[in-house]
Write a protein that binds this ligand. Structure first.
Ligand code: DCT
Ligand code: MG
Length: 399
């Protein structure tokens, strides 16, 4: 009909018509580009972003470009495109013209040029070129192995390696334990983990935790907490109200899982957490809580809907990547907020805290630089309130 066509094409509609559409036909509001009063924030933590992405054709293209820039160490360009993608992900409408985006933040010249190309030709030639580029494909392949980061992948590429067999037959390459296990279980752990599999793992770990102490608190976090159907791993936070016992709880769980024969690999990092050294001025990628990066064996019989296997694979188990982090109870809310992600949502929470509030936020704590004091929190809601932000539900943090 006439008004849905106008909206799809982003053509301006008369004010009265907008009134009718916004108030009388609320079901249709979603297709409508926001007007000035519904300005989109430049901060992801002030936007609500569900898993439903109406602008996937653009955001997928931006992601390819961002990956390319990241591996070429062009960090600013990479971040610029990730920010642009994040803004588009938050829109309840699909962009159908460049004009309809003129009020949106974070869309730079490059992002707009790519969108323009996609709107006109259905694809971006720059993106197509990268996708068919040998270096891009090889980096993507190598970094898909657990334990292989961009540096190692680049080193292998520059040695002339293009495939796994090139790497595995080069006797001068020494693989560390993590990489050996990454290759060993590659088929399983490169396949997405389903929600049902995540739930099954949660019950396995929860049983182990409660056999050790009835007070254990285990929370599913990461992408599954944000409502995603699939993930590349399963993330958990583990704690206990018994102060100082959280790290030994984690160690005891690992021992127990080992005894059960379901721990295929474990990289344990002990806690370096020291309250007297907080706040940490310079943000580091990893927090300091005790944690472990695991590969677990998940039995088919534990999964309600069965394993998320490739067709024809009748194996009775699969390997799954699991992360477990164990903060002291006092810091649980900060760790939960950090580990729930998304990465862009976290990044903008910290940026908002720093720029708009003169506060330092990380996975450990929130610090007010003006008042020189720590702000305590037992829930995520407390942290949003300290920051003067509207609460955003986990399933709205898919920025
Ligand atoms: N995180 C963090 N510190 C790190 C790594 C991650 O605080 N050193 C946060 C950011 C997101 C969250 O933990 C989970 O990380 P991932 O598992 O990488 O992301 P995800 O959103 O769960 O994505 P996926 O569904 O692919 O697992
Ligand atoms: Mg995850």
């Amino acid at each position: 009909s006439w008004f849905t066509d106008s909206m799809r094409e982003g053509r301006p509609v008369a004010m009265e018509t907008q009134h009718v559409i916004r108030n009388i036909l609320p079901a249709l509001r979603e297709d409508f580009p926001p007007t000035a009063e519904a300005a989109v924030s430049q901060y992801a933590c002030q936007r609500r972003t569900t898993t439903e992405n109406n602008n996937k054709i653009f955001t997928d293209a931006f992601e390819v470009l961002a990956e390319r820039y990241q591996s070429n160490e062009m960090e600013r360009r990479c971040l610029g495109l990730r920010r642009a993608a994040s803004v588009l992900k938050s829109l309840p409408w699909a962009v159908r013209s460049l004009e309809s985006t003129h009020n949106l933040p974070c869309l730079g010249e490059h992002a707009k040029a790519v969108m323009d190309e996609i709107l006109e030709h259905g694809l971006s030639f720059e993106v197509e070129k990268i996708l068919s580029d040998e270096r891009y494909q090889t980096m993507k392949l190598f970094t898909s192995v657990f334990g292989v980061g961009p540096k190692t992948a680049d080193k292998w590429y520059r040695r002339g390696h293009r495939s796994f067999s090139d790497v595995l037959t080069d006797r001068s390459i020494h693989l560390n334990q993590m990489q050996q296990n990454g290759f060993l279980h590659y088929g399983d752990i490169s396949r997405a983990v389903s929600k049902a599999e995540a739930r099954a793992l949660m019950s396995v770990i929860d049983e182990a935790a409660h056999a050790i102490t009835p007070n254990a608190i285990l929370t599913l976090t990461g992408g599954f907490r944000r409502g995603k159907e699939f993930g590349h791993d399963v993330d958990f936070i583990l704690t206990t109200p018994e102060q100082g016992k959280e790290e030994s709880l984690l160690q005891n769980i690992i021992k127990r899982l080992k005894k059960q024969g379901i721990l295929l690999y474990c990289e344990y990092q002990s806690s370096t957490f020291d309250m007297s050294k907080l706040p940490i001025q310079k943000f580091k990628a990893m927090d300091q809580f005790a944690k472990c990066f695991l590969i677990m064996r998940l039995e088919s019989s534990r999964v309600e809907e069965g394993l998320h296997n490739v067709e024809g694979d009748s194996k009775s188990w699969r390997a799954v990547r699991v992360d477990l982090v164990s903060p002291p109870m006092d810091h649980y809310a900060f760790a939960l907020l950090g580990w729930s992600g998304s990465t862009m949502f976290d990044r903008d929470l910290r940026r908002f805290a720093r720029v708009e509030r003169r506060m330092i936020l990380d996975n450990h704590c929130l610090y007010n630089k003006t008042k020189k004091e720590f702000l305590a929190a037992t829930t995520e809601k407390d942290i949003f309130a300290h920051l003067g932000l509207e609460y955003i539900e986990p399933w709205q943090r898919n920025a």
